[in-house]
Design a protein around this ligand. Structure first.
Ligand code: ARG
Length: 467
């Protein structure tokens, strides 16, 4: 008999129920965490004099052996194992006989599964942190190579004002740095241990939840046993961070898709990070960037599944909570797949800085410089904007660029204009003129790069304390 329950039942479960109810198909990955939690629990039972010295030694040894057998695939779930907890108790009983049944004292699958999932999620978040950091570094490396290379800055996907490629690439790094901060902040709240809460009310046995929490690398045990088994905030929050990362990757992906198109031609994605077509021999497609864009949908969907499953659930545990795992695992798994590919794509991409440089002044993107030049002469911006707009209209009707306006044309357009306005009508001049912090000006971008690098350095030092 494998089941963890059945004493009060007259017959076995219907197959349809079993198929619906079993979670072993997706919770088996929690096995190593369940074993670690079991070892901490065994020590506490021993200190409570509920296990003898010999029994503790035997149990710890068997749990170690079981962990090894799981790692090598010698021990696997089998039919009748409802969930990871059931399978592991079977494994213990197979090895130890009745002693294997002692570990269940004082705990429930409700506090076990909440503990296992937190442990799993904290490790997964640490791994995400490492991978995200690498992507930020790849962006910083590319930004450094092209720190002062001009490009058309866009709003509404129309040329707006010149920026530098470095600034644009670092803009993507900023969002990811916020995600890294979110992960660190999330971990602080996730580091609470539910074990000891039992089914929902705690335990009449003299357990030591604080000791268990410490052994498992949590900062504290749960302050409320009902909340401890009912709460899935940690899963929702992490699913949100995953969705947010997904959104950032999708926007980065979209830029690479555009920039690598024939029409833009700013960047060539390396062959190793491109795919071909089965019919068109010439095709080279930016699939990594497209999958980054595409997968953001399921990451948002997973978050939605989770929050919807939780809405209106009565306290404490309900089987609905078993639905927490697949969405969260799916989000984490997909980012594990996606991040190295996006990092590789960014790191190996070759920019062609001459192309965006040539394009930077096009579309009259220096018109704001004329307006600002007039403002510096004391003209109200409202008037300055009108005058600069008239310059654009004049250029458009003659098919010329702003800097090509003749002295006569300039003076004819406004009494405030003269030939010296041409001094600000260069991309390099416009960039150099931007001195505000956070701007695309050379000093500000250099400073930004240094700050990003320093943040990455710190992240490498302070890894998430996952256990
Ligand atoms: N497989 C269950 C889950 O993932 C474990 C907890 C079951 N608890 C219970 N009272 N049936 O949520």
């Amino acid at each position: 008999m494998t089941a963890l329950w059945g004493g009060r039942f007259t017959g076995g479960p219907a197959q349809a129920l079993q198929q619906l109810n079993d979670s072993i198909g997706f919770d088996w990955r929690l096995a190593p965490y369940d074993i670690r939690a079991s070892q901490a629990h065994a020590r506490v039972l021993h200190r409570a004099r509920l296990l003898t010295d010999a029994e503790l030694t035997e149990l710890l040894g068997a749990l170690d052996a079981l962990a090894d057998d799981i790692a090598t695939g010698v021990f696997q779930p089998q039919t009748g194992d409802e969930d990871v907890h059931t399978a592991l108790e079977r494994g213990l009983v197979e090895r130890l006989g009745t002693l294997g049944g002692k570990l269940r004292a004082g705990r429930s699958r409700n506090d076990q599964v909440a503990t296992d999932l937190r442990l799993y999620a904290r490790d997964a978040a640490a791994s995400l942190t490492a991978k995200l950091t690498e992507l930020v570094e790849a962006l910083a490396d590319q930004a450094e190579k092209h720190l002062h290379d001009p490009a058309p800055g866009m709003t509404h996907l129309q040329h707006a004002q010149p920026v530098t490629l470095g600034h644009q690439l670092l803009a993507h790094a900023q969002g990811l740095l916020r995600d890294l901060d979110r992960l660190a902040d999330w971990d602080r709240r996730a580091a609470v241990c539910p074990l000891g809460s039992g089914a929902l009310s705690g335990s009449s046995l003299p357990l030591d939840p604080e000791a268990v929490a410490e052994e498992l690398g949590f900062t504290t045990s749960a302050p409320n046993s009902i909340d401890a088994v009912a709460d899935r905030d940690f899963a929702v929050e992490l699913a949100f961070v995953c969705a947010q990362i997904g959104l950032h990757l999708s926007r980065l992906g979209e830029e690479f898709i555009l920039w690598s198109s024939q029409e833009f031609g700013w960047v060539t994605v390396d062959d190793a990070f491109s795919t071909g077509s089965s019919i068109m021999p010439q095709k080279k497609n930016p699939d990594v960037a497209e999958l980054a864009r595409g997968k953001s949908g399921r990451l948002v969907g997973n978050l939605n599944s989770l929050v919807t499953a939780l809405k209106g659930l009565p306290f404490a545990y309900n089987k609905d909570l078993q639905e927490d795992k697949e969405p969260l695992f799916d989000s984490l798994d997909n980012l594990e797949l996606l991040l190295p590919a996006v990092t590789g794509m960014v790191a190996t991409a070759t920019f062609h800085p001459d192309v965006p440089r040539q394009a930077a002044p096009k579309g009259f993107s220096l018109a704001t410089e004329i307006a600002d030049w007039l403002v510096r002469k004391g003209i109200p911006f409202r008037t300055a904007h009108e005058v600069a707009g008239a310059c654009v209209a004049e250029c458009e009707s003659h098919g010329i660029e702003l800097h090509e306006l003749s002295d006569e044309q300039l003076v004819g357009l406004s009494e405030h204009l003269d030939a010296s306005v041409r001094e600000v009508l260069t991309v390099d001049g416009a960039l150099a003129a931007r001195t505000t912090p956070g701007s695309t000006g050379p000093q500000a971008v250099r400073h930004q790069l240094e700050t990003v690098r320093a943040t990455v350095e710190n992240l490498r030092k302070v890894t998430i304390p996952s256990q």
